[in-house]
Design a protein around this ligand. Structure first.
Ligand SMILES: [Zn+2]
Length: 354
């Protein structure tokens, strides 16, 4: 298995011209492919180590521990049996991040203001990671098509586009009504009584920066705004999916999305009490491995791994380096300010509570 993985990585590196982390990755995957699924828990590394020692205690003790064990409904990590919340702290922070990022982006764009830099950068990276996952592809295609139609045809912005004319909607296997309702609720499109689509409040802002400020498709503004709008619907779909999963209405969890935020949550948790932040945030290899075990089989993990490091396309997204000596992954610098903002917001909430 490792041999195949190694060949695949080599081919990807050669064809895309990416030398990033070649040797280090090779070594990492060697270790990684030998590992089984580790125990998951929301404790620190040293606590986990002492926990493992405790597991060696006589069987009688182990059974009584297991009887009282409660698992997080989202990721399966152990949680406090007395906790009134069915999900672990790491997952709670993940959901907090999703909501905070979505609302920050949405509120700015709705008020025709440029969203803060930290939110735009994070949104850009997150959409790069998620845009090719099938859960979001149908939405992304519809949004792209309507944006294109509105740009090339000014009349379409006033008279609307016939829903039946949308190619991306015609060929999707997803529920068409669900897609349109979702985009309508988010303010991306407006639907007229005679089934035509007009740009919603969110899209109007995007179209305006194109027209009024003369930003072209190559401009940073255009890239940031497009990814902000994509991030808004991806994050919203994720929130709805998590709700449906927790209430038992959906059997499958959106594991890839959750894993991205769980990695960020771990970094946030590790730095929550610090007064000085590192120049670049990082996550211990052991924690990274534990979080990736949520993804299940090796194939899914590999797809996720080559995607977030950028081996697949030469664009580093979530992780920009692996420190061999410290055994830790360096987060992409575009998440620096994002992590600090999230920590500050969590502290604010904690202060308000106390
Ligand atoms: Zn959890």
């Amino acid at each position: 298995m490792f041999y195949e993985v190694s060949i695949l990585i080599n081919i990807l590196i050669k064809t895309s011209g990416v030398r990033l982390m070649e040797k280090r990755l090779d070594e990492y995957l060697k270790k990684y492919s030998k590992q089984g699924d580790p125990h998951r828990s929301e404790t620190t590394h040293s606590e986990r180590r002492s926990k493992r020692k405790r597991h060696k205690k006589p069987k009688k003790m182990k059974r009584s521990v297991l009887r009282h064990r409660r698992k997080c409904k989202l990721c399966g990590a152990s949680i406090d049996p007395l906790s009134g919340i069915p999900i672990c702290k790491n997952c709670q922070i993940s959901l907090f991040q999703i909501k905070t990022l979505k609302n920050t982006l949405r509120e700015s764009i709705m008020h025709k203001e440029k969203p803060p830099e930290w939110a735009l950068k994070a949104a850009n990276k997150i959409t790069e990671i998620l845009s090719n996952y099938p859960e979001f592809l149908a939405y992304k295609n519809v949004v792209s098509e309507v944006v294109w139609e509105y740009i090339i045809d000014d009349e379409a912005q006033i008279e609307g586009i016939e829903i039946e004319d949308l190619v991306s909607l015609k060929y999707t296997y997803k529920n068409k009504t669900e897609i349109l309702q979702e985009l309508y609720k988010l303010g991306i499109v407006d639907i007229t009584n005679d089934r035509k689509l007009l740009p919603g409040k969110l899209l109007q802002s995007l179209l305006e920066i194109k027209k009024v400020y003369g930003d072209n498709f190559r401009s940073v503004n255009w890239e940031m705004y497009t990814s902000a709008i994509q991030a808004i619907f991806m994050l919203d779909i994720t929130e709805k999916h998590v709700d449906a999963y927790l209430s038992g209405h959906k059997k499958k969890n959106l594991k890839q999305v959750l894993t991205i935020f769980k990695i960020l949550s771990r970094v946030i948790e590790d730095n929550l009490d610090k007064t000085v932040y590192p120049e670049i945030f990082s996550i211990a290899q052991v924690d990274f491995d534990l979080l990736l075990s949520l993804l299940g089989d090796k194939k899914t993990k590999l797809k996720f791994y080559v995607n977030i490091t950028g081996i697949v396309d030469g664009k580093s997204k979530l992780v920009e380096d692996f420190d061999e000596e410290a055994h830790e992954f360096k987060l992409h610098k575009d998440f620096n300010e994002y992590i600090i903002r999230m920590i500050e917001r969590i502290r604010e909430i904690e202060r308000e509570r106390s």
